[in-house]
Each structure stands twice: as C-alpha cells, then as structure tokens.
Ligand binder design. Structure first.
Ligand code: BJW
Ligand code: ZN
Length: 270
C-alpha cells in the first residue's frame, strides 16, 4: 500500500516531541550551504574526475600522489568552511533535549562540520578527512596539519587543465611510528571497502531502536547508508526527509520537507 506522505511541519514537530529515540542521518547536502560541494551535484568533479574514480583503493595503488592531492584540496576547503544553520540546529537540539531523549547523528560526511558545530553523539560512517591510517601498521591518527606534508603545499588545484600528479611516493605522508614508516592514506571508506564493523554496529543499533529518523541532504544512493532509513520506515519508525529535491527513497518516507536544510532544519528542530 502506498504511504500517505505529509509535509505538515506542525504535525512532524508533535511527533518529534513525543519521540524518545531520535536519529539524524546526514549527507553532503547538509554541508552544501557551508560551501562544500556535494558528490552528485554541480561542483562534484575535481579536475576531470568524479569522486567515484578517485575514492577507491585501486586509484590510491596506481597513483597515491593524485589521490593525496585530491584529499589535500578537500581538507583545505573543509578547514576554511564553517558549520551552517543546519549543523547548528542539530547540535542545539541535542544540547537541549539530549538528557531526556537518545539523540544520535549518523553522518556520511567526512568534513568534520557536525563535530565543529558541537554535536556530541556522532557516528562518522565514512571516516574523516582529518584522520590518517597507516597502510602498513593500520594505526589511525588525527592529523589536521596544513599541508599534511611539504610536498603537498600549493598542490591539489581543482583546475580541469591540471594533468596528472608526480609527487614521489617517499615525499607523501608516512607513518612516524618507530620501525614502521608505511605510507599513510586518508582514513576514509572508499568504494568497494567495508565500513568499520564497530561503526556499522553502532549505527545499526541507533537505527533499529529509533522511533523517529530525519534523513538530511543525502541522495540515498550509496550503500549501506542508503538502506538505513527505508529499513527504519519499513519497521514502523517515522522517517522525515529534508532535501532540495526528491530522491529515489522519498516515496518510502512519512514526511518530505523540500528546501535547503539550513532553512528547514531550524524550523523542524527549533
Ligand atoms: C541538499 C542541499 C541543501 C544539496 N539542503 N539537501 C548494494 C547495492 C548497490 C551497490 C552497492 C551495494 N553495496 C555496496 C555497493 C557499492 C557501493 C555503492 O553503494 N555504490 C552505489 C553508488 C551504487 N558501496 C560501497 O562500496 C560501500 N562499501 C560496501 O558496501 O562494502 C561492502 C561491499 C564491497 C564491495 C562490493 C559490494 C559491497 C562503501 C561506500 C563508501 C562511500 N564513500 C563515499 C566517498 C568517500 C570519499 C570521500 O568523501 O572522499 O562517501 S561515496 C560518496 O557518496 C561519499 C558520501 O558520503 C556518499 C553519499 O553521498 P551523499 O552524502 O548522499 O551526497 P550526494 O552528493 O549523493 O547527495 C547530496 C544530496 O543533498 C542530494 O540529494 C541533494 O539534492 C541534496 N542537497 N543541497 C538539503 N542545501
Ligand atoms: Zn605505521
């Protein structure tokens, strides 16, 4: 039977008031108003590449230099950006109601803006631009150096006319642990890689017990995150989507609020 969908904000706010466990699942759209390009919208290309051709283990094996330039650029862009009204509405909602409700934010974003807005109970599904992982000893470290290594200074220009990348591997970031020295990579979940099991488990717990879920600024096409909210809706949780345009999952949700989430979220959560 088709779901009767609503965009009645007052009705949604009533439902939110009585909810005990709330999950907010976010994607790149929430950071769009902070000036960070989404993946599948305008500005989603870096040089001539789609993220899907650079954010893979194969791309890193064949040119760690090119992939590091891409991430160096993304680190610089996100470092200069500021959390917007959407991030702030979520953090303020948690600060206000976090002692009486369980509130979890599950984000696919790697830009760190939820944490910078003050969100505490945060699950970063796809990693973080400011964490590295050693390809040899697997150690994960926070690193927000700019640039992360000398050789990347002034690199990473998004200009379509810049071709290739020739930084010798020895000049890219390396593990400082004694006796290791392995090549570092961004601690990001690339296409074809599994999400970390403890992260997936925490997200699964939050999703399977929530009574309301807000799906914010995601195209709902990348798995496994794409199935979280439809699964919650199917077991009876109330799901509300906030997006500037419908997605393939919109018809599965109870509420749909169209518009920039920097405007709609403060209304919904305020
Ligand atoms: C606004 C707005 C505003 C704009 N206000 N809204 C099952 C079926 C089919 C395929 C697969 C499957 N299981 C696994 C796969 C393969 C793959 C996948 O899903 N591919 C699909 C593309 C088909 N998944 C994986 O590989 C995952 N691994 C995995 O499942 O391992 C097991 C396995 C291995 C091998 C084979 C099979 C299984 C890992 C996925 C990791 C995703 N990583 C990325 C790249 C990170 C790199 C980086 O950031 O550098 O994460 S992909 C990219 O997409 C990024 C994002 O987190 C993710 C989601 O994108 P998001 O956030 O939704 O952004 P957009 O741009 O798509 O959408 C923005 C939305 O905002 C739009 O709707 C706008 O309208 C909206 N918007 N402005 C509100 N102001
Ligand atoms: Zn190491």
């Amino acid at each position: 039977m088709a779901l009767r969908q609503s965009s009645d904000m007052m009705k949604f706010k009533e439902a939110l008031k009585s909810a005990k466990q709330v999950v907010i699942l976010s994607g790149a759209g929430i950071s769009a108003e902070s000036g960070i390009p989404t993946f599948r919208g305008a500005g989603g290309l870096w040089r001539k590449y789609q993220a899907s051709s650079l954010a893979t283990p194969g791309a890193f094996r064949s040119s760690p230099s090119l992939v590091w330039e891409f991430y160096h650029y993304r680190r610089e862009v996100a470092a200069k950006a500021h959390p917007n009204a959407g991030h702030m509405a979520i953090a303020q909602y948690e600060a206000k109601y976090g002692s009486e409700k369980s509130i979890s934010v599950i984000t696919q974003n790697v830009d760190g803006l939820h944490a910078r807005a003050g969100t505490k109970n945060l699950i970063e599904l796809h990693g973080n631009l400011y964490k590295t992982r050693c390809t040899k000893c697997k150690e994960v470290l926070v690193n927000d150096d700019s640039p992360i290594c000398e050789a990347l200074a002034g690199r990473g220009a998004p200009d379509i006319n810049v071709v290739g990348s020739d930084i010798p591997e020895k000049s890219l970031p390396h593990c400082q642990k004694q006796g290791c020295g392995g090549l570092l990579r961004p601690h990001i979940v690339w296409f074809g890689e599994n999400l970390e099991s403890n992260v997936l488990e925490k997200a699964g717990e939050a999703m399977s017990s929530c009574d309301i879920c807000l799906v914010v600024g995601t195209s709902s096409v990348v798995y496994p995150a794409a199935m979280f909210a439809p699964q919650a809706a199917a077991r009876g949780a109330i799901v509300a989507e906030f997006n500037i345009e419908p997605t393939p999952a919109t018809h599965e949700f109870h509420y749909y609020f169209e518009g920039p989430c920097g405007t709609t979220l403060p209304l919904a959560l305020g």
